[in-house]
Ligand binder design. Structure first.
Ligand code: GLV
Length: 367
């Protein structure tokens, strides 16, 4: 069957992947309320399109943190991509660079920073988990720098792993023929099978629960790379992140895999963007499956968005070609959304092009 939208890859991946792998990618935390809400919240935002504007030329290139990319659609870090497809992170890196956009490599990738760099040129960010052993972190950041990675996306929402019940039931662990390649040789590259989620135990053993703002400062003493704070959901933390030297903010609830009952990221975005006051760019991940979602995020103040699960599912279905297709479908849908809203460039996308549920409540009407 021909795939005509990003969401259709999920069912294909579900059929193709071992249950333990599919469940790990697909799961959210606990009741999965936030997982559903990341999607549903987009559907409660409607457009206020402007008409009779010449849209014969649509420009969607943008410059983010000084890097020119072909569209404001980038790839979020997702762990262990070789479980999805033998080419794993290589395929994702190649697809991102073919599309002229940024890939973020997970700390927990099944390919190392050097291996990903060896796939060829491309703008890449590195997602960082802070291990208890800071020597490991310092070494990894240095390796990412040397491999040409351009920014660090520091995950700040995972002092402990969220409770993903499928992983507990499946006794999730990394298949033995794979390893967390960045940590191979440090004796931290494997995940032991435990009586619940092997990954949750790994995190409890290795990841630093004491991580705090002073570590954001510390990170700046060991690298000159810009640091994006990934996992911000409030205005308060946005202001503190900027005070502590963040070069950008990623509004993220970790694909709804950490704390359940946090708002959808598209709902949290506006308060974060307002608090940032344009001092640093604000990005969003979580639930983006349509070009209309991308438009809505930009209208609410995002400079760009990241996609996570669509990459995993398309990778599982069709390898590099699948990831390329996902990026192309989102690009085409976003371009169409811009045209039908009367926007010729990203800067023409305004808050007035959308109406949120909160706007409607303020105006005394409901959908
Ligand atoms: C990895 O970051 C995960 O959420 O499983």
């Amino acid at each position: 069957m021909e795939v005509v939208n990003v969401m259709e890859y999920q069912a294909i991946a579900k059929k193709k992947l071992p249950k333990m792998v599919y469940d790990y990618y697909a799961s959210g935390a606990e009741d999965e309320w936030s997982l559903r809400e990341n999607r549903h919240a987009f559907s409660r935002i409607l457009f206020r399109p402007r008409i009779l504007i010449d849209v014969s030329n649509i420009e969607m290139t943008t410059t983010l943190l000084g890097f020119k990319i072909s569209m404001p659609i980038m790839i979020a870090p997702t762990a262990m991509q070789k479980m999805a497809h033998p080419d794993g992170e290589y395929a994702t890196a190649r697809a991102a660079s073919a599309a002229g956009t940024i890939m973020t490599l997970s700390s927990w990738a099944t390919s190392s920073v050097e291996e990903v760099a060896s796939t060829g040129p491309g703008i890449r960010f590195f997602q960082l988990y802070v291990y208890k052993d800071r020597k490991v972190v310092a070494q990894l950041v240095r390796r990412a720098e040397r491999a040409g990675f351009k920014a660090i996306a520091l995950t700040v929402d995972t002092p402990r792993l969220g409770r993903r019940e499928d992983d507990i039931r499946n006794r999730f662990t990394l298949p033995p023929y794979l390893s967390l390649k960045n940590f191979e040789g440090l004796d931290l590259g494997t995940i032991d099978q435990t009586a619940d989620s092997g990954l949750a135990s790994y995190v409890a053993g290795q990841i630093d629960r004491s991580l705090s703002w002073k570590d954001v400062k510390w990170l700046q003493t060991i690298t000159d790379l810009p640091i994006l704070v990934k996992g911000v959901l409030t205005a308060e933390d946005t202001r503190i992140a900027i005070q502590n030297g963040a070069a950008g903010i990623i509004v993220s609830n970790h694909g709804a895999r950490q704390l359940d009952y946090v708002p959808a990221t598209i709902i949290a975005l506006e308060e974060v963007a307002k608090a940032a006051q344009g001092r640093v760019p604000v990005f969003l991940d979580g639930g983006v499956r349509r070009g209309t979602d991308v438009f809505k995020a930009l209208a609410l103040g995002a400079s760009g968005i990241f996609i996570g699960r669509p990459v995993l599912f398309s990778l599982a279905a069709e390898g590099e070609a699948g990831v390329r297709k996902v990026l192309q479908m989102l690009r085409d849908e976003f371009e169409l959304t811009m045209a039908l809203n009367g926007c010729r460039s990203l800067k023409e996308i305004t808050r007035n092009h959308i109406i949120t549920e909160a706007d409607q409540l303020r105006m005394g009407s409901r959908l």
